[in-house]
Design a protein around this ligand. Structure first.
Ligand SMILES: *[C@@H]1O[C@H](CO)[C@@H](O)[C@H](O)[C@H]1NC(C)=O
Ligand SMILES: *[C@@H]1O[C@H](CO)[C@@H](O)[C@H](O)[C@H]1NC(C)=O
Ligand SMILES: *[C@@H]1O[C@H](CO)[C@@H](O)[C@H](O)[C@H]1NC(C)=O
Ligand SMILES: *[C@@H]1O[C@H](CO)[C@@H](O)[C@H](O)[C@H]1NC(C)=O
Ligand SMILES: *[C@@H]1O[C@H](CO)[C@@H](O)[C@H](O)[C@H]1NC(C)=O
Ligand SMILES: *[C@@H]1O[C@H](CO)[C@@H](O)[C@H](O)[C@H]1NC(C)=O
Ligand SMILES: *[C@@H]1O[C@H](CO)[C@@H](O)[C@H](O)[C@H]1NC(C)=O
Ligand SMILES: *[C@@H]1O[C@H](CO)[C@@H](O)[C@H](O)[C@H]1NC(C)=O
Ligand SMILES: *[C@@H]1O[C@H](CO)[C@@H](O)[C@H](O)[C@H]1NC(C)=O
Ligand SMILES: *[C@@H]1O[C@H](CO)[C@@H](O)[C@H](O)[C@H]1NC(C)=O
Ligand SMILES: *[C@@H]1O[C@H](CO)[C@@H](O)[C@H](O)[C@H]1NC(C)=O
Ligand SMILES: *[C@@H]1O[C@H](CO)[C@@H](O)[C@H](O)[C@H]1NC(C)=O
Length: 560
């Protein structure tokens, strides 16, 4: 009995091995897994598009359609389940009676970036097994067919970057399995349908850059799985509904460029996973109501161009992940102060321009060692620039213009990329032994005096220089030739420069604009000036010698 049973076992094993070999052999010799009708439908679909010599779809009629590029079949049934022709030039439209709609088993349709024109046919709603539709980046027009609301298996719908018009069909609220809904960058109008609030699996909702109006429906607060909510660049009005505070998985909230108003609901403090918080260019008022330290993952914070008031939201700077902060164009008042924190690690961009901050530049800002851009222009700051600004070894762009700052500018700033200090009361700029790298230097309208700062001659990449409206005197040194290859705008007007203008134009030059007006310059202008092919504006009025400019400058001389 034992032996017999053993034998039976081995026979069974052999049969199993043999039959699986047989199946494999059958599969590899069966070149036509593809169904004839599916193959025909695919070829008919291809023939609906004009053939451009560039890249016709490379489908070989004598091979199995399931092996065609972009075609995937169900391995058992042989039905075509996926068609991915993304980035193939089709240059035509999807017809209502297209053979595409014969592929009834299609689950994924990816026609991204195919140069499709025309409308989305409502028969798309017949492909009831679709889970993914990607028509991103085509030239589709017309309305989104309401029949898409029949595709109740759909998990991802991307119609972004087309020219679709009309309203968002409320039938989309039937797509209860939808995870990803991307309708950004179209010309959709009307209100956001309340029914969108039914899509409780949704993770991405992108409706940005359309013409949507009305209020944000409070039903969006039902989308408890939402990670990204993008409503930027529309015409949305009213307050942010308190229900948005229910979206406690939200990572990205971008509402910029609408007309939202009022104050922010306190419930937003529950969005503790936010990494991007972006409300710029709306009409929000009131003080900033939230304790920002409740957002421990925040990286990007932009509330610029609103009417927020009150004191500097210093709790924001307790967040260790913070990288970019934009508070510009609000009504914030008082001094700028940062809480004592050990986590100054990541901040790269800090834009505080166009507010009503006063007091000194706080030394504590120089603890943000990764800061690359600092803009506190158009405020009411007073006092000097603290020397500890030299701690900011990664700083590239500094704008302190339009304040009431004074004193000597620290020499370490010669190594920035752009430096804008105009409209203050600075008197001098310290020399530096460090490398001088500035590409744009604006010292306009200060109290600088003395000779032309020799450090400027070290700026070999200088493209923009404005020293106007100061008290500089002495001659303009010939060493400014060092940046004659890069300078585009040279503005030296309204100082006390004297002597002749040096001959700096003999090399190739990019200069577009030259202003030496209201100085004490004399003598002839250098002949090498004729090389300045790009020159558009010259202002030399109110200097000592009338015929300083040669006649060949002709019409170029807008003012002299
Ligand atoms: C098409 O497929 C057949 C059979 O696999 C092959 O013999 C033929 O060379 C292919 N033609 C082209 C143009 O690739
Ligand atoms: C689709 O309809 C048009 C006319 O509306 C017709 O010319 C075309 O042959 C039809 N195509 C198919 C695949 O039935
Ligand atoms: C496909 O959809 C259109 C419009 O939605 C409908 O008129 C037509 O009957 C449908 N065809 C099939 C075969 O289901
Ligand atoms: C689909 O949505 C429309 C509009 O919201 C609604 O009238 C209809 O009942 C929904 N259909 C199903 C099957 O849920
Ligand atoms: C959501 O959108 C982001 C970027 O917009 C994308 O990287 C991500 O893959 C999307 N998620 C899903 C589930 O489609
Ligand atoms: C969806 O949101 C609306 C408005 O906030 C609310 O009245 C409704 O009860 C919510 N529905 C569900 C299923 O949570
Ligand atoms: C908001 O509008 C400004 C100005 O038109 C534009 O520069 C910015 O890119 C817009 N923001 C978004 C997210 O599109
Ligand atoms: C803010 O509101 C005023 C009127 O209340 C309106 O004129 C202005 O366009 C709005 N600004 C924005 C950015 O929506
Ligand atoms: C935040 O959420 C908790 C529970 O998730 C809730 O009890 C609380 O009321 C919410 N806070 C606000 C301000 O909405
Ligand atoms: C930060 O700490 C220093 C000393 O450690 C203290 O002098 C200063 O007042 C503190 N500043 C703030 C804003 O708490
Ligand atoms: C600066 O302060 C003066 C009064 O000290 C005030 O008149 C002016 O409006 C303030 N400027 C800004 C930009 O806040
Ligand atoms: C910078 O150095 C030059 C040349 O050594 C000197 O003439 C000038 O006074 C110095 N300027 C300042 C602000 O120290």
């Amino acid at each position: 009995m034992m032996i017999r049973s053993h034998c039976f076992y081995w026979i069974s094993v052999v049969i199993i091995i043999f039959s699986s070999l047989l199946v494999q052999t059958l599969a590899s010799t069966s070149l036509h897994l593809c169904h004839q009708d599916q193959r025909d439908a695919l070829l008919e679909f291809r023939d609906e598009f004009p053939i451009y010599d560039s890249k016709p779809i490379p489908w070989n009629k004598s091979s199995d359609c399931c092996s065609w590029k972009g075609v995937t079949c169900n391995v058992k049934s042989g039905q075509v389940i996926s068609l991915d022709l993304s980035s193939t030039v089709l240059l035509g439209s999807l017809k209502t009676n297209s053979s595409l709609f014969k592929l009834q088993h299609l689950s994924q349709l990816d026609l991204m970036n195919c140069n499709l024109h025309g409308e989305i046919p409502s028969s798309l709603g017949n492909l009831s097994r679709l889970t993914l539709v990607n028509l991103f980046f085509n030239n589709l027009v017309g309305e989104i067919p309401a029949s898409i609301g029949n595709l109740n298996q759909l998990r991802s719908l991307n119609l972004m970057a087309n020219d679709l018009t009309g309203e968002i069909p409320s039938s989309l609220g039937n797509l209860s399995r939808l995870i990803n809904l991307e309708l950004s960058s179209n010309s959709l109008v009307g209100e956001i349908p309340t029914s969108i609030g039914n899509l409780n699996q949704l993770r991405n909702l992108s409706l940005g850059s359309n013409g949507l109006v009305g209020e944000i429906p409070s039903s969006l607060g039902n989308l408890s799985s939402l990670l990204h909510l993008r409503l930027f660049n529309n015409h949305l009005v009213g307050e942010v509904p308190a229900s948005i505070g229910n979206l406690n998985e939200l990572r990205v909230m971008s509402f910029e460029n609408n007309s939202l108003s009022g104050s922010l609901p306190i419930s937003l403090a529950n969005l503790t996973k936010l990494s991007e918080f972006s409300l710029s260019s709306n009409n929000f008022t009131s003080t900033f109501p939230l304790d920002m330290s409740r957002f421990p993952n925040l990286e990007y914070f932009d509330v610029s161009q609103n009417s927020f008031s009150g004191s500097f939201p210093k709790s924001l700077f307790l967040i260790p992940s913070l990288q970019d902060v934009y508070l510009a164009g609000n009504q914030f008042t008082g001094t700028i102060e940062f809480s004592n924190t050990s986590s100054y690690a990541k901040l790269q961009t800090l834009i505080l321009a166009h507010n009503k901050f006063d007091g000194p530049i706080p030394e504590s800002v120089f603890k943000f060692l990764n800061l690359e851009e600092l803009d506190i222009s158009h405020n009411n700051l007073t006092g000097p620039i603290p020397r500890s600004i030299s701690n900011l070894v990664n700083l590239l762009h500094l704008d302190l213009s339009n304040n009431k700052l004074d004193g000597e500018v620290p020499g370490c700033l010669w190594s920035l990329d752009t430096l804008t200090l105009s409209h203050n009361f600075f008197t001098s700029f310290e020399n530096s032994s460090q490398e001088a790298l500035i590409g744009e230097l604006d010292l306009n309208s200060n109290s600088f005096h003395g000779p032309f700062p020799y450090m400027i001659c070290k700026l070999e990449w200088l493209g923009f220089l404005d020293l106007s409206n100061n008290l500089f005197n002495g001659s303009i040194p010939p060493c400014i030739k060092n940046f004659s290859g890069s300078i585009k705008e040279l503005i030296l007007g309204n100082n006390n420069f004297s002597g002749t203008f040096p001959d700096i134009f003999s090399g190739v030059t990019k200069i577009v604009s030259l202003d030496i007006s209201q100085n004490q310059l004399e003598g002839k202008f250098p002949k090498s000036f004729i090389n300045c092919n790009d020159l558009e504006l010259v202002n030399a009025e109110s200097n000592k010698i009338k015929d300083m400019f040669p006649s060949w400058l002709g019409s170029l001389l807008l003012m002299s």
